[in-house]
Every structure is written in C-alpha cells, then in structure tokens.
Design a protein. Structure first.
Length: 420
C-alpha cells in the first residue's frame, strides 16, 4: 500500500513536472511572464520566488500548472472600485507592492480605497488615501510590481507587453506544443533506457522464440523458431496479429498454419484460460522474440507503444466506452500492478503514461493543448487573432466538458476497482 502510494506520487509528479516544464521553458524563451509554476493543486505547502516566477508545491499531488500572464487560466488583476488595498511605494514614487489580501498587511503600506485602476496598459491606481474621500490620489505602478492576491499568493502584475497574447503566433504555438513534446521525449528516453537495460525490445515478428512446457502449444508440437502464418485462416504477419487472433476466438480450438524450416504444418490447439492483470484471456503458451538491434533498442519500445495507443484511440472513437478510459483512480490501481513487477514495471508504466498524456493532450478538445493549437491554427488561417473573450468562453466550455467526463470516468473507475 505505502509502496504503491509512493510510486504513484513519484510517477505522477514526474509526468506533471516534465509536461509543465515544457510550457514554462518556451514561455520564458518567448518573453511571456510565467507568474507561477505549481506542482500539485490546493493550498500551498512550500513556495519560493525566482526571476519573477513563484514556484509552489501544493497539497494535492494531482496535476499542476504554469500560470502565464494573460492566458485563459490566469486570474484577472483588475481592481474593482471600492476595493481596499495597501500600497508600498518605492523611493521613485512608483508602487512596488499591492496587497489585496486580508491575510496580512504591508509594513509602511498606504491604505487606499480604489476608485479606478489599470494594471495592464497605463499602470496606475487611483483612490482615497487613508479613507479621505475629499481627494482622489493617483499612484503610478512599477512595471515589475507584485500583487498579493486574496488567498495570499504574491505574483508579478501582468502588463500588456509580457502577456501571452502579446507573443508572436509562432511562439504561442511552440509554448502550447511544448508540454506534449516533453512527454514524448520522456517516453522515448524511458523506453530507450529499458531497451538497453533488457538487451533489446520485444519483437513484433510472428516467429516463436520459445514454447512453455506443459502448455497447449507444447502438447501440439510447436517448436522454437516456428512462424505462425495464419490463425483460423486469417493471415498473421506480426506478433500482435497472432495474439489478437488467438484471444479474439472466445471458445473452441483454433487452427494454426505454421512454418518451420520452410515446411508448412496445420495444427489444431485448444487454448487454456489464464488470468492476466485481473482479466481472463485465452493463451497457448508461446513466447515472443527479442529484437537486439541498436535501432530497436533506441526506438522499438517507443514505436510499438505509440502504435498500441493509437490503435486503442481508434477503437475508442469507433466503440466508445467509459471502461476504455481511466482517471487518477485507474492510474493508481495500475500503478499497484506495475509496482509488483519492480523497477521495470514502474519504468514501463511511466513511459506508457507519458506517451498517453502527450497524445491525449494533442486532441483538438478545448482546454487541452490540442484545443489551444487548433485556435492557433484558426488564427493563422484568419490572419488575425481570436478575441480573448471568445477564446476564454471556448476554454471554459471545454474545461467544463472535460471535468464532467473526468467525474464520470472517476466514478466508473471506483466502481470497477473498489466496488465488487
């Protein structure tokens, strides 16, 4: 239990850090102000500020975010008339800190009731100082001033020139794509490490590399080196095709066409039912080969898993089912299974999840990176930016739909894994 929880937090944490660091890095390179880089959600546990960015670790180890100035996820700094604030003014008579929170006060801060403010273009605050409503005082705000928000979080204000929409279209595309890109890089690196550590990658050839003793395959006379050319008359040129054909047949014997040393044989085998990861499946007791080439070690695991995921995605589109989706509960349950296999199981699970996260995030769904890239593409075609209001509405609607689906998936996961 404890081991699974630790593995879950580490795996989820790595995925979040790697994904969000992609957005963070390219945003910084594009001149976009990153106001906060958060790992986890909920109340802050630890925080520090460096180079204008607040780095936080939050209570719930589920998710994280990069808060870019002016992006749809960024909070509005607009100060409404009547808002009480405390202002810290520097030696050059520019406001350097703005406190809107009641969780603390600024030492030597000037209490002001706001009557008008602009923290984006003209950078000023007007209001009644010390409750004196006879005179409205105007304070110029420093471009790099900080604002203490209602929950006590202190971040830089977001002038127009450092906002997300002020970056070029190309830089915004790179920033949106960088998260999934980092997930692909992590997945490739993990699978490559496993490929070298294990001496190769499972081959997708239809050639049998071994036959397990006392199994249907052994009793039928299958031998090491046999190639399974067809199952029940259906051609099987790959290992995936072989296993799919064997497991697809629900009952009765299966007919195999095999080749050994240039000679064809017809065999009839009655599969046995085994339980794999809690699921009953039909097997005959054959082993797949290992591809030990350098290319396979570098790219074989990444490519085979990518193919598997795209196949699963296609099946989901054609035959939608909540059972084919998984949220945090399913990830936790499968992390427990991966942990039982040791470091190799955890590494594979990390690579699989990273690749899965990268692909899913590129789907053209509002609120996901793919949805943002779709808006970038529309902007490129129209040759003018989409209004922030329109983009905000699309993002909110998309986020609501994603959250609704996540609730359904999580409930379905709970029923699947914990309610019998």
């Amino acid at each position: 239990m404890v081991k699974t929880i630790i593995a879950f937090i580490i795996v989820f944490g790595i995925l979040v850090v790697v994904h969000e660091f992609g957005h963070f890095y390219f945003a910084k390179r594009s001149g976009i102000l990153v106001r906060e880089f958060s790992i986890g959600m909920g109340p802050k546990l630890f925080w520090t500020r460096r180079n204008g960015t607040l780095y936080t670790i939050r209570l719930l180890p589920l998710g994280g975010y990069v808060r870019m100035a002016g992006a749809a996820e960024d909070e509005d700094d607009e100060l409404q008339a009547g808002t009480p604030v405390s202002l810290l003014v520097g030696s050059d008579n520019l406001v350097t800190r703005i406190n809107t929170s009641d969780q603390g006060t600024l030492f030597n801060g000037i209490p002001v009731i706001v009557t008008n403010a602009d923290l984006v273009d003209d950078l000023f605050i007007e209001g009644y100082e010390n409750g004196d409503e006879r005179v409205i005082k105007r304070y110029q705000v420093d471009h790099d001033a900080t604002i203490i928000e209602h929950d006590g979080t202190e971040v830089l204000i977001a002038p127009r020139d450092v906002q997300f929409q002020s970056a070029t279209l190309w830089h915004r595309i790179l920033t949106n794509f960088a998260g999934p890109l980092n997930n692909f890089i992590l997945a490739w690196l993990v699978f490559a490490i496993m490929g070298f550590a294990m001496g190769g990658v499972a081959s997708n050839s239809n050639q049998i590399s071994g036959v397990i003793a006392h199994t249907p395959a052994a009793r039928a006379g299958l031998r090491n080196g046999d190639r399974v050319l067809a199952v029940n008359g259906k051609s099987t040129q790959t290992w995936t095709a072989v296993t799919t054909a064997i497991t697809a047949d629900k009952k009765g014997a299966i007919n195999l066409t095999v080749n050994h040393a240039g000679r064809h044989r017809q065999l009839s085998i009655q599969p046995q039912v085994t339980t794999v990861n809690g699921t009953k499946t039909r097997t005959i007791g054959i082993k797949r080969g290992l591809d030990t080439s350098l290319f396979s070690k570098l790219f074989g695991g990444f490519w085979s898993t990518t193919t598997l995921l795209f196949g699963a995605l296609g099946h989901l589109v054609m035959h939608f089912s909540l059972n084919d989706l998984g949220g945090p509960v399913a990830i936790y349950a499968n992390t427990a299974t991966a942990t039982q296999a040791g470091w190799s199981g955890i590494l594979y699970w990390l690579g699989f999840l990273s690749l899965n996260l990268g692909i899913v995030n590129l789907l053209p769904i509002p609120a996901l990176d793919g949805g943002k890239l779709l808006l970038n593409l529309i902007e490129a075609i129209r040759r003018k930016p989409i209004s922030q209001r329109t983009e905000g509405i699309v993002t909110i609607v998309g986020f609501g739909l994603v959250m609704f689906l996540m609730i359904l998936v999580t409930w379905n996961d709970i029923m699947r894994y914990f309610v019998h």
